[in-house]
Design a protein around this ligand. Sequence first.
Ligand SMILES: [Zn+2]
Length: 444
Amino acid sequence: MKGMVVRGATVVDSSGVRRADVAIDDREIVAVESSIDAAGGRRVVDASGCLVLPGLVDLHAHLRDPGNPECETVESASRAAARGGYTAVVAMPNTDPPIDSVEVVRYVQERATRAMTEVAVAGTITAGRKGERLAPMGEMFEAGVRLFTDDGAGVQDALLMRRAMEYAGGLGAIIAEHCEEARLAYRGHMHEGRWSSFLGIPGIPAEAEEVMAARDIALSRLTGCRLHLLHISTTGTLDLVRKAFKAGLPVTGEVAPHHLSLSDAEVASYDPQFKVNPPLRPAEDVRSLVNALVSGEVVVATDHAPHPADSKELPFDQAPPGMLGLETALGVVWTVLTSGSGLSTGLDDMPVLSFEEAAAVVVEAMSVVPARIAGLEGAQGGTVRAGSAANLCVFDPAATWVVDRNRLASLSANTPYDGRKLTGRVRHTIFRGEPVVVDGEPLR
Ligand SMILES: [Zn+2]
């Protein structure tokens, strides 16, 4: 193996921005210098005009494996992830069966050995994800699980959540909550507000998310356990998170690309591609979320949720919630940050960032901090320098492209961005020193 040189790029990482070539040998970066020749037969990967970033890390991906191989598998999701510039994803445990035992953890880990990214396995908080009694978190922790969640639903029982946080806190694990008070959200299909009244679709109030976020932040204070809030979608939840930061609590939060780019006005099409949980929110919330991202208060996680085509052809109130995210996340975030506007109408008036500023936000919110939250630091989310693991995303910040649902690497096609034009495209992805995506195409 002769290694490679990534040539002609601008390197952006936590230490700043510089023009440099990157030499890789085996699984490691061996040199980052202004000019490196390809002596010794090193493969040259052209990155002119591109940014070289540490590989992206997704804290929230539904790989549908085990359970729904027609929708997605560990392998197909990792191909979609690699195409999106990711070199690591956290596999959410609401599979069939759920990842609530060492056996299922091992199954996903075994599948992950053939993946095109690192796959960190999350375990459930409760057995069967039923919200009744705790899953064997200690055993799953021993098997490598660092993040526990019942995502898809919130843990409704406050006492059970307290016990989960006491236990996870003792292990040094993190509890990730899907904040949704089930009775408040009952039978809702979109955000409760002006659009839901106009369209006659039953709504889910912002408060269904906020009451559970408030409860869990209080329980983090009580137990000392690290708490990660999944897919934050409202201004009210952001306010709670800021208060938690001020109090010095070990709380982090993530926002999904669709909540940063689309508003509930999209539901006027009655197109189930815009159905997601938590639902798309009004423009004011989208603006708050983008501001929180720019100020470093939240990270980005995709909530990649593949669904079979026929399920998204059902009427809005019968279709399952969820959208694909891995292949479009960086393009969507880049488009929003550099254009100062979202992808729904009425979403202008947002901060407009230079390429350098936007890249700094992306590095922190889509790589460095997620790697730390997932317990993957070391191998992921590092600085681009000699001695670091060679997990890189080579990104063309000026390339424009139109999302085509029929040309995705995912086995599903339920993207809300079909036909939309995005700015910024992943050109190459390098995982463990090997190019796995070249010129936008997965190599296997
Ligand atoms: Zn969720």
